[in-house]
Design a protein around this ligand. Structure first.
Ligand code: CNA
Length: 373
């Protein structure tokens, strides 16, 4: 396994604790040293295979694709000052990123597996997508260093805003306002924007990497401080494994750093295989499959002739219904072409110059456009 193409080893220094700077040596270290305090540190790269773009990958990253939002700087979408003036670009983006639309990746399930095995000390994430929670990792094992969509509050009086209301507003493309009538401030998910402090949980857990006996860093450019300094807090002699498309943040500079360069999902699958956990990992990931029909279908008996006939009638009835709906949509399109008013989403309906229509996001998230059809 150590000779795989995606496993690049910096041989300039001999390891001090590991037998070699490769996955097999890490697995041997875990088993022989009874490792039980693993810290995991991740970023947007562990969610890209779920369909959520990262920020900085050229061409595919979010920053490379936000030009149509008509922002001076793509980072403005996460700027608290900009949000106060115009929250609509953020809510247009939130509509696409909101939890519930994406399935956790194998990398998320691998972290859950470390927890199930009793090996996880803490999981540090920069991601705001809540996919770790969705993969089953308990909230108290996660430090969401840049906050997340899990909770939200008024930016003025800090009154929390109800989850269901928030979900509805985001789905409807509306900007939520504080429920305290005399306040009516803007509501924002507890995501850390530029210009805001990191959550207390980050500072409370910041010394945990020092207690770790193994560190795994995945899917991050390690370019945002203070998160980027976390791997540096691991004690010398504690192996640090980087699973990422490219080498980042000084990882590889210590004798016991191991670089597994390539895709995160492929990397954790190799890790699990080397640990003898291959099937457990796939089973755990399968639990996150949102399509229970697909799972049930595998165990379903073959339908009888009568059942097949009934299914065919149902299918034809659905086809007719869909055709009628398409006719409605076509009529609406003709009305629009003739300049008559048509139904639109809330954001589009009152869009002004420089604001955003939800449809405009389709080229950034083409997979969603396809899904919603
Ligand atoms: P980043 O700066 O965009 O870096 C991502 C890193 O992951 C890069 O080094 C990529 O090469 C690498 N990468 C991308 N895809 C893969 C893959 N499939 N396998 C292995 N490596 C891959 O993102 P960071 O997380 O480092 O930057 C911190 C920002 C990004 C935080 O503030 C986040 O809130 C923010 N962000 C989060 C999400 C999310 O929640 N999913 C999405 C986009 C951005």
């Amino acid at each position: 396994m150590g000779n795989e193409e995606s496993t690049m080893v910096d041989d300039s220094t001999r390891p001090s604790v590991l037998e070699g700077r490769n996955m097999e040596a890490v697995v041997k270290y875990i088993k022989e040293r009874d490792v039980k305090r693993i810290v995991v540190m991740v970023g947007a790269g562990i969610s890209t295979s779920a369909g959520i773009p990262d920020f900085r990958s050229p061409d595919t990253g979010l920053y490379a694709n936000l030009a149509f939002l008509d922002l001076e700087e793509p980072e403005d979408v996460f700027d608290i000052g900009f949000f106060r003036d115009n929250p609509k670009p953020f809510y247009a983006l939130a509509h696409e990123l909101y939890p519930g639309r994406y399935r956790p990746t194998v990398a998320h399930s691998f972290i859950k597996l470390l927890y199930d095995k009793g090996l996880l000390l803490k999981h540090f994430t920069q991601n705001i997508d809540c996919l770790e929670r969705q993969a089953g990792l308990p909230g108290d094992m996660i430090v969401e260093a840049h906050g997340s969509f899990a909770t939200q509050r008024c930016i003025e009086c800090k009154t929390p805003y109800p989850d269901e209301e928030m979900q509805k507003k985001v789905q409807d493309g509306e900007v939520p306002h504080c429920t305290v009538p005399q306040c009516n401030g803007l509501v924002k998910p507890d995501i850390v924007f530029f210009g805001e402090a990191l959550p207390p949980s980050f500072f409370e857990s910041r010394d945990l990497p020092e207690q770790a006996d193994l560190c795994i860093v995945m899917g991050t450019s390690l370019s945002v401080q203070p998160f980027a300094s976390l791997p540096g807090f691991c004690r010398p002699g504690v192996p640090r494994v980087l699973i990422n498309m490219q080498r980042v943040g000084g990882l590889g500079s210590r004798p016991d750093d191991v670089l597994i360069l390539g895709d995160c999902d492929a990397g954790v699958r190799k890790f699990a295989k080397a640990m003898g956990w291959e099937e457990e990992l796939e089973a755990l990931w399968e639990e996150t499959n949102p399509d229970p029909k697909a799972r049930e279908a595998e165990n379903e008996p073959v339908p009888s002739r009568d059942e097949r006939l009934r299914q065919e009638v149902d299918r034809l009835a659905e086809d007719v219904e869909r055709t009628l709906n398409m006719t409605d949509a076509y009529q609406q399109l003709v009305r629009e072409k003739l300049g008559e008013p048509s139904e639109s989403t809330a954001i589009k309906a009152d869009s002004k110059e420089g604001e955003v229509s939800q449809e405009g996001l389709n080229h950034v998230f083409p997979h969603l456009a396809r899904k919603s059809r």
